[in-house]
Design a binder for this molecule. Structure first.
Ligand code: NI
Length: 175
């Protein structure tokens, strides 16, 4: 088990565009396992490789209550979107303690490779559909707060900067 450090907004590495995985090899499977450990430890419902500074098209999601049903998406593509749009509150492990409303398709069909390297399609709705769209944005270098107004985004930036400063001070005091 390995926990990976999660990049925090507004780290510019969160804006990098991930590249496709050529081959689902042992290295990719290791990344998936570490991402699952990291997501479960952080009590998140989804994590994109971009957030752990690995710029490959890999996502892990688990929206189940028992937290034992991971959905692994390698090179995901959305092949169908519902016309129906929902406005829901979102958060992100890279923007801790910040929640705001974002519009998403209420259901999507995603095509991806699984951890064995086989192609599959899955139709998802509700929280899982929101999560798939949110994590796929990460692979394109987009964080959900970038959908918000410039004013809100500025407020979030200063909040995050303040928190990072406070944490650094705490660390210095402990050292
Ligand atoms: Ni996120």
């Amino acid at each position: 088990m390995a926990l990976l450090p999660i990049l925090r907004y507004p780290d510019p590495r969160l804006n990098k565009i991930a590249t496709a995985v050529d081959e689902v090899d042992a290295r990719v499977r290791r990344l998936i396992d570490d991402m699952l450990d990291t997501m479960y430890a952080a009590e998140g419902v989804g994590l994109a490789a971009t957030q752990v500074d690995e710029h490959r098209r890999v996502i892990v999601i688990d929206t189940s209550e028992e937290r034992r049903s991971p959905l692994i998406l390698i090179n995901p593509e959305i092949v169908w979107r519902s016309a129906d749009i929902v406005l829901g509150e979102e958060g992100c492990l890279s923007v801790p303690a910040i929640y705001d409303k974002v519009e998403r398709h209420s259901a999507v069909t995603v095509r991806a490779l699984d951890r064995g390297g086989s192609t599959f399609e899955r139709r998802v709705e509700g929280l899982t559909a929101v999560c798939v769209q949110h994590e796929m944005d990460h692979l394109l270098g987009k964080v959900f707060v970038e959908y918000l107004s410039p004013l809100k985004r500025e407020r979030i930036r200063s909040k995050m900067a303040k928190r990072t400063r406070e944490e650094q001070q705490e660390q210095r005091h402990r050292a």
